[in-house]
Design a protein around this ligand. Structure first.
Ligand code: ZN
Length: 230
């Protein structure tokens, strides 16, 4: 991971020089009607968090789309990006399931960050991950390795570099990978080796790598923030 942050910054700069960032199209957010009380609460929490305006503003500023992108909340599909209609799908149930992980792991008590905040942090990372897929498609960017890793890195980098307190938020998103990993058996199953994503624990550690590379080690909270779960 040595110097990879610098390399990514340079790549973003080169894209800018080539005019890849010159086109502008909006990112629109739409909500399907919630179908339960839980979904209603999830929608309210998402709207009130302001996470969507963060994504919209980041796209405008740092990765403008040629084609208008839609982020649609609700339904049963996702989180995923569908290239056929250039839409990111985010079900309300993702919020509900995520907040349960943070609550049952006593996030507030152990890590001094509320379960609600941890959940919104995870939604931000997940939206950026899916928006990363959308951006690769929109700009026809060639990806030579695993695209899933590329968009995980994109999400972490954008959060750490351009979102206020995004370093804390990226750690919550990493912790969510650790929670999911703890839920699994000790050994990975054969079908997980076929999965296009890296293993949850790999995603946890690689997100932390961006944090350790971006944040000066002299920061007083540096070591406190690390070693939280593993
Ligand atoms: Zn993906």
């Amino acid at each position: 991971m040595f110097n990879s942050l610098t390399i990514l910054r340079k790549i973003l700069g080169i894209w800018g020089l080539l005019g890849i960032f010159s086109a502008h199209a909006t990112v629109q957010v739409s909500y399907l009607p919630p179908e339960s009380t839980n979904e209603k609460q999830a929608k309210q929490a998402i709207v009130e968090s302001g996470v969507n305006s963060v994504i919209v503003d980041l796209a405008k500023e740092h990765f403008p789309f040629k084609q208008a992108l839609t982020i649609q909340y609700g339904g049963n599909e996702g989180p995923l990006y569908d290239p056929s209609n250039h839409t990111v799908y985010m079900p309300y149930t993702f919020y509900t399931q995520t907040i349960e992980y943070f609550k049952s792991n006593h996030y507030q008590e152990k890590f001094d960050r509320s379960a609600d905040l941890g959940t919104i942090d995870t939604i931000m990372h997940t939206l950026l991950h899916e928006v990363g897929h959308a951006y690769i498609e929109d700009q026809a960017i060639p990806i030579l390795g695993k695209e899933e890793d590329a968009v995980d890195n994109f999400a972490a980098l954008i959060m750490i570099e351009y979102v206020e307190n995004g370093d804390d938020a990226s750690i919550s998103a990493a912790d969510m990978f650790a929670f999911e990993s703890q839920d699994r058996p000790d050994y990975y199953q054969a079908d997980e080796y076929i999965d296009e994503h890296s293993f949850d624990l790999q995603r946890y550690f690689s997100t932390l790598c961006w944090f350790t590379e971006a944040i000066p080690r002299s920061t007083p909270t540096y070591s406190m923030k690390l070693n939280k779960i593993y």
